[in-house]
Design a protein around this ligand. Structure first.
Ligand code: ASP
Ligand code: MG
Length: 471
C-alpha cells in the first residue's frame, strides 16, 4: 500500500468546517497509509514568539496566555460535543501544556530568551494543534496516534533553523514508526507535529519558520530510506491551487504550474512565492519522491502542482520577482587580476549577516555588482565604506532596484533569451545586470524598480506560448 505524507497547515485548522474537510480527505485517501503532519493554528507561532519576547509586562503575558487558551478552546468547543471523552482529553492536554508553558516563561524571565527557550516555546503551537486533530480523528472512529516529532526527528544544534541528522532520524523512524505503519491488521493514521525536532541531548529544536512542509519531506525521505515500501508521496494542502506561474499581484489570471522538476521548483520556491519552503526539495530530491501541492478546498480537483523528476523541457515554468532589492557595485581600475577581492567583499557582507543573491562580474574584473535585500543596504554600504581596503582602492555605487527571475529548462535556449531581451527593449526597459550560470535553469535580470510590473507583463505577453497553461 502506498504511503502518503500529508501536511495540513494552520489554514486547514480554522474551524469545524475545516476539520470536517480533513475528515473528508481522510476518506478520499482511505486506501493508503497516511502520515499527517500538522502545523500550529493560524497565527499561533507568532503569538507565542511575541509573548516570549516581551515578558517584562505581566499583564501582556496574562492576556496572551488567555488568548492562546481561548483559540484552542474555541476549536475544541466546535469540534467535540461538550464533556465528551475527546473534549475532556483535549481540554486536559491544553491545561497541562499551558501550565508547562507558564513555567518556561518564568524561566525565560529569569535567564533570558536563549535560542533553546525560543524553540521550546514555539513548539507548543504544533504540540497543541496536533493533539487536538488526533482526538478529532479518534472521535470519528479512525485509528489514529499522536506522535510529537521530537521523538522521531533528530537534528543538529542550530536552534531556530535546525537541520535533520538523517542517520539518527532514520533509526528512530525504523524503530518507532515503521512498525505502526506496516502493521497489516490496522491502517493507523499517524498525527505528527510539524516544525519541531530535538537535538542529540534532547532539547527541542525547530526547523525554521514555515518548517512543517519540511517536516513532511524529511519524513518521506526517512520512510523511503528505512521502510520496505518505496511508493511514497508528499501532499501539501494549501489555500491555493498550487504554484502559479506568475504572482497574481503582477498578473491577475496567471496559469497554474502543473509539473516541474526539483531544480525548477527550488528556484521558484526560493524566489518570491512563499508557497513552498525551499528546504523541502532538498529532502525529497534524493529519492525522487513526488510532491503535490493541492487546494485544501478542492481535494478532488484534477489540476494541481506536481513536483517530480518529470518536466516539459519546452516550457518556461514561472516568472518571479523581488521588488525591494539593492544593487551594489564595487569598481576599481587598479585591482584587476588581484586574488581575493571578491572574498574581501563577501567577508564584509557575511560579518554583517547580509545575504548576497545575484552576483555579476565581467571578466575584465573592473567592477563587481551584487544584489542584497534593500533593508540591508545601509548596513552594507556603511560597512564597505568603513573597510580601509575598499575606501582606498575602490569606488562604491549603489541603487535600489528590482530583480526578475525566469525559470524553466527553456531558458537554456538562446532564442528564449533573445525574445526576453527584445520584449524588454520594446518597452524601453534597461537591464542593469543579468546572471545565468551554464546549466542554471534560471535567468535573473536586474531592472529599475518602477518598471517591474511592466517588465513582467511584457515578458509574459511575448513568451506566453512557452508557458504551461498555454494549450
Ligand atoms: N508553525 C510554524 C510557523 O508558523 C511552522 C509552520 O507553520 O510550518 O512557522
Ligand atoms: Mg504557520
Amino acid at each position: 500500500m502506498p504511503i502518503i505524507v500529508m501536511k495540513f497547515g494552520g489554514s486547514c485548522l480554522t474551524d469545524k468546517i475545516a476539520f470536517n474537510k480533513i475528515l473528508n480527505i481522510t476518506s478520499i485517501y482511505s486506501e493508503v497509509k497516511r502520515v499527517y503532519v500538522i502545523s500550529a493554528l493560524n497565527g499561533m507561532t507568532d503569538l507565542l514568539l511575541k509573548t516570549a519576547k516581551f515578558l517584562e509586562n505581566d499583564k501582556e503575558i496574562d492576556n496572551n496566555m488567555a488568548l492562546i487558551e481561548k483559540k484552542h478552546i474555541d476549536i475544541i468547543e466546535q469540534i467535540f460535543p461538550e464533556d465528551s471523552e475527546h473534549y475532556i482529553k483535549a481540554r486536559d492536554w491544553i491545561d497541562d501544556k499551558l501550565s508547562e508553558l507558564e513555567d518556561i516563561f518564568a524561566d525565560i524571565k529569569e535567564f533570558g530568551l536563549e535560542p533553546y527557550y525560543k524553540d521550546y516555546v514555539l513548539s507548543f503551537g504544533e504540540i497543541l494543534s496536533t493533539y487536538i486533530l488526533n482526538q478529532y480523528l479518534l472521535s470519528h472512529g479512525k485509528d489514529s496516534v499522536y506522535i510529537p516529532a521530537n521523538k522521531l526527528i533528530i537534528t543538529n544544534d542550530e536552534f531556530n533553523n535546525a537541520y535533520p541528522l538523517y542517520n539518527l532520524t532514520n533509526s528512530r523512524i525504523k524503530r518507532l514508526l515503521i512498525p505502526l505503519l506496516e502493521n497489516p491488521n490496522k491502517n493507523t493514521i499517524i498525527c505528527l507535529t510539524g516544525f519541531i525536532g530535538r537535538n542529540k541531548i534532547g532539547y527541542i529544536t525547530t526547523l525554521g519558520r514555515g518548517g512543517s512542509d519540511y517536516t513532511a519531506t524529511i519524513l518521506a525521505r526517512s520512510l523511503y530510506d528505512v521502510g520496505d515500501d518505496k511508493n511514497i508521496k508528499v501532499i501539501l494542502w494549501k489555500n491555493v491551487d498550487g504554484l502559479l506561474a506568475i504572482d497574481p499581484k503582477y498578473l491577475p489570471h496567471s496559469s497554474l504550474i502543473k509539473n516541474l522538476n526539483y531544480d525548477e521548483a527550488k528556484h521558484i520556491a526560493n524566489f518570491g512565492a512563499k508557497i513552498l519552503h525551499p528546504k523541502c526539495l532538498e529532502a525529497i530530491e534524493k529519492h525522487k519522491i513526488p510532491l503535490e501541492i493541492r487546494n485544501f478546498d478542492k481535494p478532488l480537483e484534477k489540476d494541481f502542482t506536481e513536483i517530480s523528476e518529470l518536466t516539459d523541457k519546452d516550457q518556461i515554468k514561472g516568472i518571479s520577482a523581488v521588488k525591494f532589492a539593492t544593487i551594489i557595485t564595487v569598481i576599481s581600475g587598479s585591482m584587476v587580476d588581484v586574488p581575493g577581492v571578491l572574498a574581501k567583499i563577501f567577508k564584509v557582507m557575511s560579518k554583517n549577516n547580509i545575504s548576497v543573491s545575484l552576483v555579476a562580474q565581467s571578466s575584465s574584473e573592473i567592477s563587481t555588482s551584487y544584489i542584497i535585500k534593500e533593508e540591508d543596504s545601509s548596513t552594507a554600504i556603511a560597512a564597505l565604506k568603513k573597510a580601509n581596503f575598499f575606501s582606498e582602492f575602490f569606488r562604491i555605487k549603489w541603487e535600489h532596484v528590482a530583480v526578475i527571475n525566469i525559470t524553466g529548462q527553456k531558458i537554456l535556449e538562446t532564442k528564449t533569451k533573445a525574445d526576453i531581451f527584445n520584449a524588454l527593449d520594446k518597452k524601453n526597459i534597461r537591464i542593469k545586470a543579468i546572471s545565468q550560470s551554464h546549466d542554471e535553469l534560471n535567468l535573473s535580470i536586474v531592472i529599475e524598480r518602477e518598471k517591474l510590473e511592466d517588465a513582467i507583463n511584457v515578458i509574459h505577453e511575448n513568451l506566453y506560448e512557452e508557458f504551461e497553461g498555454f494549450s
